[in-house]
Structures are given as structure tokens and as C-alpha cells.
Design a protein around this ligand. Sequence first.
Ligand code: NDP
Ligand code: 2IT
Length: 446
Amino acid sequence: MTYSVSAFMEQVAQRSPGEPEFHQAVQEVVESIQPILDAYPDIRDNSVMERMVEPERVIMFRVPWVDDAGKIQVNRGFRVEMNSAIGPYKGGLRFHPTVNLGILKFLGFEQIFKNALTTLPLGGGKGGSDFDPKGKSDNEVMRFCQSFMNELWRHIGDRTDVPAGDIGVGSREIGFLFGQYKKLANQFSGVLTGKGHGWGGSLIRPEATGYGTIYFAEEMLKAKDDSIYKKSCLVSGSGNVAQYAVENINRIGGKAVTLSDSGGYIYDKDGIDDEKLAWVKDLKNVRRGRIRDYAERFGVDYFEGKRPWAVEADCAFPCATQNELSLQDAKRLVSNNVILVAEGANMPTVPDGVRLFQDEGTLFGPGKAANAGGVATSGLEMSQNAGHAVWDRNTVDKKLRNIMVDIHKSCYQAAEAHGTPGNYVAGANIAGFLKVAEAMLAQGVV
Ligand code: NDP
Ligand code: 2IT
């Protein structure tokens, strides 16, 4: 009998009500792997998918902290330990006011398959808080991070669960979190990734997600005898992923023409070259300002409250957040003859948009494959920590590039093998799922 996606989804919706992003992420995966569930009765009969959608463990906790005015603030902290079949839980921490359990379950679920695709032994997890670092002083951020770690530290470890950054968690936050972990555990270990280079961090980890997305896109284009060279590119976001996507577009000789934040986007038709990018890094990572300042500084247009998808270009790289590219936006990209969309962010394209790209033959690289370079390089950081080694920039960059080439190959081949050639969504979901499913079968009912 054919596996019923709708019956499965009904059960998910019933067990996890009010978590639309989680349902969206699960629906996409289960649709892709339906043929696998039909073809491999072992996987179906052992309820592998049913087990995968249930986190192994969820930790929720109070995070009280004192603001600069002496007032006590209370936030909510989470760690969703989704799946440890192929390695310790691994995934970022997100600090953003929109964070809730459903968002972190969607991200943790995506992380299972992404991490399996990296070829490294990494399980899936995600965590964070509804804390908003925007407008907070460095001292407030530090006190918050310390309070967050006061609870989290007992649940994590270099062989148990290894968090890293995500939205709102960059090198400053990882520093504060690591400092507090070390104080509580009395241990200097690779318990977090994204650490500073002088204290256990890996070179290229800050660059890895953005660089990896562009390496992945370059492989997609290469399969069509094409390249990013001389292509104009739309990039959304202006944080970690967006910045290094632009940097790698520049290295390859493409031209990035947009950046955005939650306020709006800038369009620079001459291209965001390395000099302008250095200014953006200082604006965002040091001065913590808004992207609209770019327009004033470089004399270009700023579009308040808008996203960059209506601008004419060859490629599009959504690098901000989930569901930032609507069906309307997808239609605009298609009518502007965009040839490739690759997701630096997690699930930035709505499902109807993904379907449209596939129907129209727009090359589409889903986040769990295209942005896997970040977590893959976190895996490389874990290897260096475990072996007390420090690899140079070139070594890590080469490993990252090779991993992205391998991920592309396994998605491409899985799509071909299962009758959906060119469909990177199906390819990524099937390749990632099979690896984890086989491990779960081998390990019994746990
Ligand atoms: P950052 O916090 O560095 O940057 C996030 C950027 O996205 C900012 O420009 C921010 O604008 C914008 N943004 C965030 N939320 C929204 C929103 N609701 N609406 C509009 N814009 C928004 O995060 P990262 O660059 O690290 O993460 C970006 C995406 O990439 C996320 O989806 C993340 O999950 C994913 N990702 C990150 C990895 C990493 O290694 N960091 C790895 C793999 C995926 P503003 O400042 O105005 O909020
Ligand atoms: O979404 C992601 O893959 C990340 N935020 C990076 C996770 C990690 O552990 O490096």
C-alpha cells in the first residue's frame, strides 16, 4: 500500500499543534521520501519517519538577567535535541524575538538531513531564545549569555551536543557563552563551534556558510556548463551568511547587487565590491547599524520595507530568514529569467515558490544542501579540537569546497537514482534521510 503523506501529516499536526514552520519542513521531507517509504518496507515498518519527527529531548528553561537600568528581564531558553543517530546533536543557537518551540523544531528537523549530507558524523539539534540582541549593550548581551549558559551547560558537551551560532548569535555571543561554559564545567573543550581563532576556533568557520552556498551554486551551474562568473546576483540579509556569500561571489568574478535587513534593501547596480563589503562588515558586526546607511554612504537607492526579489538579475541567494521569498517573489524571479536560486538561509522559500521554480526549470538549491558548509566547517572545528590541531586557512577552505562538491554530487545522484533528475530538493531529502534511517535501523528501537 502506498504510504499516506496526508495521514502522516495529520498525525504531526495533531501531536504538534500551532507549529506551522515545523509542519512545512516535515511536509517537504515526507513528500520527497514517499517513494523510499514505499520501496523500503523496513524503514516504513520500523516507524523511522514517525520517530524522526519526535525530538529525542527538548529542554526549555527560564533565562533571567539584569538590564543596564537594574531591571530584571526574563526570556525563554530552548535546546531541541532532535536526532543523535549518526553523531552528537549539532546545530546553532538563534537569538531573535520570533523564536519559539515550533521554529526550533523546524530548524532542528532540517539540521538532521543537512548534517547527514555533510559526510561528517553529526546529529541534529537547534536551540536559542526569544531574546533580542538588537539595541542591547555588550554588557547586557554578556549577562544574558551567561544566564543562558547557567542552564544549558549541564545538557551539552563535546560528545553530547555541540551548539554554534545562527541568527543573532555571532562571535561576540559565542565568546560570552564559551567563557561561562568553561567557568561552570571547569573544562576547555570543543563544546561550541564558531569560537575565535585564538581560542579553539577554526579558520574559515565565519566564512563557511556563505562561501559554501556559492560553492554549491557553482556546482549546480557547472552541471549546466555555466558559472557565476560575470553573473549578477541578488543577496538578501546582511549578516554572517549574506556577507560571505557576497565575498565568494566577488572571488569568483560575479557581481552582487543587493543586500537587505528587516528594514529594507539596497540596490547597487555597480556591484558590492570588497571595499564596500568591508564597510558593510564594520556596519553590521561592529557598529551594529542598519543597511539603509549603505545607500547614503555609497549614493545608491534604498527600498524601505521591501525585499530584493523584483530586481533583475541572473541568480538569487536568500540569506536572511525563513519564508522571506513568497510565491509572488518567485513569480517575479521567474519572469525576470533568473537561472538559479540557492538558499543560504534555512527554508527561505515558501513551498509554492519552490514548486514554481521546479516547474519552470529554474535551478533550485535547497538550504539543507546549499547552506550545509557552515555546519560542515563546524565539524572540521570539532575535528581540530579533538586532535589538538590547528589547520591553516587554505586547508580548511579546500576541505569546505570539497565537501560542497560532494554534497552536490550526492543530491544530484540521489535525484537521478530515484526518478527525479535535477530535483535537488528530492535529492537532498532522500540522500540525507537514507543515511540517518539506516543508522536508526541498525541501532534498534531507541
Ligand atoms: P545574522 O543574525 O548574522 O543575520 C541575519 C540577517 O537576516 C540580518 O540581516 C537580519 O536583519 C535578517 N533577518 C533576520 N530575521 C529577519 C526577518 N524576520 N525578516 C527580515 N530579515 C531578517 O544571521 P545569519 O546570517 O547567521 O543567518 C541567516 C540565515 O542563514 C538564517 O536562516 C540561518 O538559520 C541560516 N544559516 C546560518 C548559518 C550560520 O552558520 N550562521 C548556517 C546555515 C544557515 P536584521 O538585522 O534587521 O534583523
Ligand atoms: O543552520 C545551521 O546549519 C547553522 N546555524 C550552523 C550550525 C552549526 O552547528 O555550525
